[in-house]
Design a protein around this ligand. Structure first.
Ligand code: 4AZ
Length: 232
């Protein structure tokens, strides 16, 4: 997170992080006691057995109160690693997380995308500026503003495609998600409406951050279908 502030996991109790081969790589959101929403690019080309999901922890180094293996993951069939279209995955945990201490809660996937210019919350352990390579030791958070789709398409015109499965947000030049925040939530009115996905650099004035648009038809259908499958 660039331009944000430290927070406590108690303020973002739906936020989890992923380790791959023991190394921190991404964020995620707990949709149910056994399902995590994250970005496809966080797990693409890898194996479920290499991942652990860590919940209830504010700090990366501390032993998280809750750690689970990943039984399997479901990547959106139409995910395109070339342009990050449909950058969404659902991880099924090896066993359910007990939601008790208040440090771990679930969050519902969003059904109506936040309007243009709405303020939305992003959180994670990602780097604090685009030159950094070290994740933040303590979880951080900030508010960014939803950028009108046309304006975002214009910002990336000729360089990258902003599809209907994407949503852009920024406080341009000041606040943004960055490397390591990928997979983590963009929250509006208590629901997860976006997944940290990509961008050109971080907090550059010309380039908004790009998020998977959870409320878009294609993403919603994948999330609903996958959750139905995992429940039945
Ligand atoms: C990344 O490299 C990344 N500014 C994530 C988010 C953004 C840029 C890069 C958005 O994982």
């Amino acid at each position: 997170i660039v331009g944000g502030q430290e927070t406590s996991i108690r303020q973002v109790p739906y936020l989890v992080y992923l380790r791959q081969g023991g190394k921190f790589i991404c964020g995620g959101s707990l949709l149910s006691p056994s399902c995590v929403l994250s970005a496809a690019h966080c797990v693409y080309g890898a194996e479920a057995k290499d991942y652990t999901v860590h919940a209830g922890a504010s700090r990366l180094e501390a032993a998280a109160p809750v750690v689970r293996n990943v039984a399997q993951f479901h990547i959106a069939p139409s995910y395109d690693p070339g342009n990050f279209d449909m950058d969404v995955a659902i991880l099924q945990l090896s066993s359910r997380i007990h939601l008790s201490a208040g440090q771990v809660t679930t969050i519902a996937p969003c059904r109506t995308a936040p309007g243009s210019n709405a303020y939305v919350r992003i959180s994670g352990w990602g780097v604090r500026n685009e030159e950094s390579r070290e994740p933040a030791a303590q979880v951080r958070t900030t508010l960014v503003r939803v950028v009108p789709q046309r304006e975002c398409q214009q910002a990336y015109a000729g360089q990258a495609q902003i599809s209907d499965s994407m949503l852009c947000a920024a406080v341009r030049g000041i606040r943004d998600s960055c490397s390591g925040d990928s997979g983590g939530p963009l929250v509006y009115r208590g629901e997860v409406c976006g997944i940290v996905s990509w961008g050109f650099g971080c907090a550059r004035a010309a380039y908004p951050g790009v998020y998977t648009n959870v409320a878009s038809n294609r993403v919603r259908n994948f999330v609903d279908q996958t959750l139905r499958k995992l429940r039945s």
